[in-house]
Each structure stands twice: as structure tokens, then as C-alpha cells.
Design a protein around this ligand. Structure first.
Ligand code: XIL
Length: 379
């Protein structure tokens, strides 16, 4: 018995030494099976998934997450309304549960999100008298929130969406309580506050409809101005709430190229493909049918397989700029939208899209540059 134990101890020591060597040599990743998404994605970009607490608490769903993904983001649990529901009263427990899960399974955690017009409690913008707060008060609350959250997750969460969805489709600044009270500088200010608390994390601006030319132009202009003298915004999150047709390959590539030209790192942060927008597979490729409904789609899984493969090929083509691709939900029954937008179905079965994406990742050449996020030496 004793001998057996000491043999195991030796083996474990060798394992630890190997791990130490792997970690000390920078981005060297332990080889993983290439028949999972997380294994196949090595050398390209991290592959992430949004998990709400109820997915984390579901054995099957969380097992799929750990098997196929090496990056997680809280679907709601790190938003202001959960983390600071009342002024100065912080609730980190749901976020901490996700961090513990990630650490146990060798996954990076992405933080979402510090400043947003949505899922932010009313108290943030109101004084005790019920009236709108002054700029000074709101800045103080913002700083308190950012400082508390980033201090709590220091060393555990390497990348953060600092500001989420601050622009309109026409490229102008969205009217929100943030922009109304603080003015357009609120975005830059939030990034500066975050940088001051933790200089080591990657700070991201995250938004949807990035393929919309006017919206993208407005965001890029803001980022370039903010970064003129020194880098304030490190990354751009392209949410990727896309569908079977939109954006087409040309537009997706243009979007990625123009965003990468800012010098920011890129992530595809909330990928899902809306299957309810009226498309059919004509046999000549997917075609838009105005006013059509799902009944026109003969084989949604086939359409999704081809479309996921198409966009992952594009992500691989631009992988020197893209550090992570994250899907917004583990399976269709966890999705925030109706339909069949994700890689796993409502019975938690892998769709044909999973194998297709794995194949694309395995066949694509690996990343040439070693630029990219430093995930505390994890990857
Ligand atoms: C969504 C969640 O998925 C839902 O559960 C919640 O009710 C609303 O928010 N853009 C974002 C995400 O940045 O935070 C949103 O998540 C989806 C759109």
C-alpha cells in the first residue's frame, strides 16, 4: 500500500513539474484531444461559452461546457444589477461560482460587463430625493463600482467588457442615462478608471451590429480618438448576434479587418445565429425570404452546419487579430432567443455544426503571431 502511494506521489510530482514547465514557457498549452472544440481551437483562439447559474448547476450542461470550451462568461451574473443591487452592497457569489468552475476546469473567465444602459439598477442614476444625480455623484458611483468589481476579480478575470452597447445603428452615441448625465466622455472615463484599478487586464468595448457600416464607423472613430495619445481601449468585442445569411462573408471580413486596423485585439463575444428571421435553403445556398417562417427551412441543422463552418473559416483567416470566439449559450434551451441558434440542441446533443467547426479548426493553419491576451499563463 505504502509503495503504491509513494509511486503515485512520484507520478504526481512529475505531473506538477511538467505543468510548471508548461506554464513557465509562456503560452505553451498542454495538448488536448482535437475532437473537442476546445482541443481543436488551440493555436487559433480561445473558444468560449456564456453560462448562466442554471446551466452551471446542470450537470450535463456544465460537463459539455468543460469538455468543449476553455473560456466562460457570466450570461448575467456579473452585470451591475446582480453585483451591486444596492449602493455599496456587493453580491459576488454567483460570479464567484463561475470563477470556481472555470478554475477547476482550466478555463479563462471573461468579465461582462461594467457599464451598460441595461440591467443597471435605478438607484445608480437617482438620489435619495428621487431626482437625477449630478455628474459628480454618478462618476463617484461608477468609480466605486469599477474599483470594487475589478479588485474582487483581480488575478481571476483577465478580460473585461468595460462598456457595452453605447452606440446607435447610425454611429451616433446612444442616448442613455450614462451619456445624458456624463456626456460622450463617459466611455473613455470608464476605461481609464478600469485601467487605474488593474493595469494588467484587457479592456474591451463590446457591441452588436458591428457589420453595420455606419455603426462600425462611429465606434471606430471614437476608439481611435480615445486611443490617440495612449491606449485606453485594448479590445473590441463583436457580439456576433448574426443569422444564417447576415453578415455575408465579404461583410464579415470587412468588419473584422476594419476593427483590427484600430490596433485593438478582437473577440467575437456573443455568437449565435438567429434561425427565425425568414430564411430558406434553396439548394443554391441560403436565401432570404421576406416574411417566410420556419416551415420553409427543410434542414436547419444542415444550414447551421454550413453557416457555422463558413464563419469559423473566416475567424481562422483573421486569427492573428482574434483572441477568442464565444457562443452566447451552451444549448438552444438556454438561449436568450427563440429558435435553434446554438451549437448544441435543446436535448444537449451536439449538432452537426460542432463536428464541422472542429474540422475547420483542425484543418486551418495555426496562429503565426504570438500577439494576444495574456491569460495569466493559463493558455
Ligand atoms: C442577455 C441575456 O442573455 C439574457 O438572459 C438577459 O435577460 C438579457 O441580456 N447583449 C449583451 C448581453 O451584451 O448581455 C445580452 O444578454 C444579450 C445582448
Amino acid at each position: 500500500m505504502k509503495r503504491k502511494h509513494s509511486f503515485a506521489a512520484i507520478l504526481s510530482a512529475i505531473g506538477m513539474a511538467a505543468l510548471a514547465v508548461a506554464c513557465s514557457s509562456g503560452n505553451t498549452a498542454a495538448p488536448e484531444s482535437t475532437d473537442t472544440l476546445r482541443g481543436a481551437s488551440q493555436g487559433h483562439f480561445q473558444i468560449g461559452v456564456a453560462l448562466p447559474t442554471r446551466a452551471l448547476n446542470n450537470k450535463e450542461a456544465s460537463a459539455i461546457a468543460a469538455k468543449h470550451f476553455n473560456r466562460v462568461v457570466a450570461e448575467n451574473e456579473m452585470k451591475w444589477d446582480t453585483i451591486e443591487p444596492q449602493e455599496g452592497k456587493f453580491n459576488f457569489a454567483p460570479g464567484d461560482q463561475l470563477v470556481a468552475f472555470a478554475q477547476k476546469n482550466g478555463m479563462a473567465v471573461h468579465g461582462h460587463c461594467l457599464v451598460w444602459h441595461s440591467q443597471t439598477p435605478a438607484w445608480v442614476f437617482r438620489g435619495e430625493d428621487g431626482k437625477q444625480v449630478t455628474k459628480e455623484v454618478l462618476l463617484k458611483r461608477l468609480k466605486n463600482h469599477i474599483t470594487a468589481v475589478l479588485t474582487h476579480y483581480k488575478g481571476k478575470v483577465a478580460t473585461w467588457d468595460v462598456v457595452n452597447e453605447a452606440f446607435n445603428d447610425d454611429g451616433t452615441l446612444r442616448r442613455s442615462q450614462w451619456s445624458n448625465i456624463l456626456g460622450p466622455d463617459f466611455i473613455k472615463t470608464a476605461f481609464e478608471m478600469a485601467r487605474e484599478v488593474d493595469p494588467d487586464i484587457t479592456l474591451i468595448y463590446n457591441d452588436y451590429s458591428m457589420p453595420n457600416d455606419s455603426k462600425r464607423a462611429g465606434i471606430i472613430k471614437y476608439i481611435n480618438e480615445a486611443n490617440k495619445d495612449k491606449k485606453v481601449i485594448d479590445g473590441i468585442g463583436l457580439q456576433g448576434h448574426w443569422d444564417l445569411n447576415y453578415p455575408n462573408a465579404e461583410l464579415a471580413e470587412r468588419t473584422i479587418k476594419e476593427c483590427a486596423a484600430t490596433g485593438c485585439r478582437l473577440v467575437v463575444s456573443e455568437l449565435d445565429l438567429n434561425t427565425n428571421r425568414g430564411f430558406r435553403n434553396s439548394g443554391r445556398g441560403l436565401e432570404r425570404v421576406e416574411g417566410a417562417n420556419d416551415a420553409n427551412i427543410s434542414d436547419m441543422n444542415r444550414a447551421l452546419r454550413d453557416r457555422y463552418a463558413e464563419i469559423f473559416k473566416i475567424f481562422c483567416k483573421y486569427q492573428d487579430s482574434i483572441d477568442a470566439v464565444t457562443v452566447w449559450g451552451i444549448a438552444d434551451n438556454y438561449s436568450w432567443i427563440r429558435g435553434e441558434p446554438l451549437l448544441f440542441d435543446s436535448k444537449l446533443q451536439a449538432k452537426p455544426a460542432v463536428d464541422a467547426v472542429i474540422k475547420v479548426l483542425n484543418e486551418a493553419p495555426k496562429k503565426k503571431s504570438d500577439k494576444g491576451f495574456d491569460f495569466f499563463g493559463l493558455f
